[in-house]
Ligand binder design. Structure first.
Ligand SMILES: C[S@@+](CC[C@H](N)C(=O)[O-])C[C@H]1O[C@@H](n2cnc3c(N)ncnc32)[C@H](O)[C@@H]1O
Length: 187
């Protein structure tokens, strides 16, 4: 992520580059000694924390780093329907590739296999990338913990943050049951 961040910073206007500071750290335990008007945790980042305790630790750090009136914004995929319909545990193995991508003139088919443990609200997903040209395989495992919107609300409240607004997508549409995302703005 830091390498990707560095690349993104290089694309900024020079006057903005010096205002960006990249830091490696654990989002469950950080202390920068300053406060911010806005903290964002985008693209399912919160789902990387695999239990409530870790999520609370992260939210406490966020709260401590928010200036008075400052806002915390995050987005995750909306898990309410999935959680309601999920069986206790299940394996899902997509037979075909879920997508193909081209990187450095090689095309990779991406296969997805997942294991669900709904009691833990946990998904362990294995992605296998297969090169069309060379047949090489790269396997990556990503574990995540999903939570329904109400649980996010309770955890935010527990650290003294209040949900100000929720959206179902990035056009700020209403959060309906079939919305793709849960976007939360809390203060
Ligand atoms: C789903 S990605 C989102 C990445 C990024 N926010 C974006 O928008 O592209 C989650 C990232 O969080 C990192 N991560 C997981 N656990 C973490 C932790 N405890 N502290 C800091 N980063 C963590 C992962 O390595 C991964 O890069």
């Amino acid at each position: 992520m830091l390498a990707a961040g560095k690349l993104a910073v290089r694309g900024l206007a020079l006057c903005h580059q010096s205002r960006v500071h990249l830091r490696a750290g654990d989002m469950r335990d950080f202390d920068y000694g300053i406060q911010f008007d806005r903290i964002i945790l985008p693209y399912n980042g919160l789902n990387c924390l695999l239990n409530r305790r870790d999520t609370l630790r992260c939210l406490k750090c966020v709260k401590r780093h928010l200036a008075p009136g400052g806002e915390f914004i995050f987005d995750v995929w909306l898990a309410d329907r999935f959680h309601q319909d999920a069986s206790a545990s299940a394996y899902h193995d997509d037979p075909g590739p879920i997508l193909a991508l081209t990187h450095r003139s090689q095309t990779w088919d991406v296969f997805e296999k997942s294991r669900l443990r709904s009691r833990l609200q946990r998904l362990d997903v294995t992605y296998t990338y297969v090169s069309r040209e060379k047949g090489t395989e790269v396997v990556i495992q990503i574990s995540q913990r999903y939570a329904p919107a109400a649980e996010h609300r309770v955890l935010l409240q527990a650290v003294g943050l209040r949900v100000q607004a929720t959206y179902g997508d990035f056009a700020q549409r209403r959060l309906g049951r079939s919305a793709p995302f849960l976007i939360v703005r809390a203060i």
